[in-house]
Design a protein around this ligand. Structure first.
Ligand SMILES: [Cu+2]
Length: 252
């Protein structure tokens, strides 16, 4: 009696499972992971998505099969037979989600702890945000609209806003932090791929919010050191000439 359901149900599970898997794996949902933190976040994300895909496949398959196998005629106005609970099923559908949620909760805490752990060597950059632009200041005096960072070193953003709440988000790094007026917030990430990405403001901050972007230029350690040396000399020369013209103006 029960066996006649197994084959058609299995066929539906295979079809829906294949469609779900295609939707999950064939679409490039995420931008290239380009930081150590990004790989940790992605492992957790993929676990969550795959588990959800399996549950979605099972639930949808049983619903679709039940609609077809247990349908009644158009003229059948009778109530269905009364059903009682099923203790075994109820235990399963309570224990499985509890275990899954516990795994995800513990895993999340581990990922956040690892992502926020302080490395021995760090590069500090001061990010200033306002409607609707970013500025990045370096300890050596550089102030630039493009964020330059090296691969393989932990970058710490110390961030301030001068008007409303903004958000510092680089999709390729998978980390983000609010930039709030009146307090300094911090965000750490360790780029591991050379490339050019964008800082995207992800707190709705006014009419120019959508344009509030800045380039993130990730360089190899040697290229970064060369840029840093050159830009530091330029920054010093610029501040010296400003100083000189101010002095000259003062004497005139
Ligand atoms: Cu903003």
């Amino acid at each position: 009696m029960k066996n006649r359901h197994i084959l058609p149900l299995a066929a539906i599970i295979v079809v829906i499972g294949a469609l779900t898997a295609a939707g999950i794996f064939l679409v490039p949902w995420l931008p290239t992971a380009s930081a150590t933190e990004a790989h940790r976040v992605d492992s957790l994300t993929w676990f969550l998505v795959i588990v959800s895909g399996v549950i979605f496949t099972l639930v949808t398959s049983f619903v679709v099969y039940s609609m077809w196998a247990f349908r009644v005629g158009d003229d059948d106005d009778q109530d269905g037979p009364p059903t009682h609970g099923n203790t075994q099923l109820e235990i399963i559908w309570t224990v499985v989600p509890v275990v899954l949620l516990a795994v995800m909760a513990v895993w999340s805490v581990i990922v956040v702890n690892n992502n926020e752990a302080t490395a021995k060597t760090q590069v500090h950059v001061h990010a200033k945000a306002w409607q609707f632009a970013w500025e990045f200041d370096y300890p050596s005096g550089i102030a630039t609209g493009d964020l330059h960072v090296p691969t393989g070193t932990q970058v710490v953003m110390d961030m301030n806003s001068f008007d409303v709440i903004h958000g510092f988000y680089v999709p390729q790094f998978r980390v983000q932090m609010d930039v709030v007026p009146g307090v300094t917030t911090h965000l750490t990430f360790t780029p591991d791929k050379v490339g050019t990405w964008y800082v995207i403001c992800n707190e709705l901050c006014g009419e120019g919010h959508a344009q509030m972007r800045a380039r993130v230029i990730v360089q190899s350690p040697t290229d970064y050191a060369a840029w840093l040396a050159k830009a530091t000399i330029q920054a010093k020369a610029a501040s010296a000439s400003i100083g000189a013209s101010t002095t000259a103006g003062g004497h005139a």
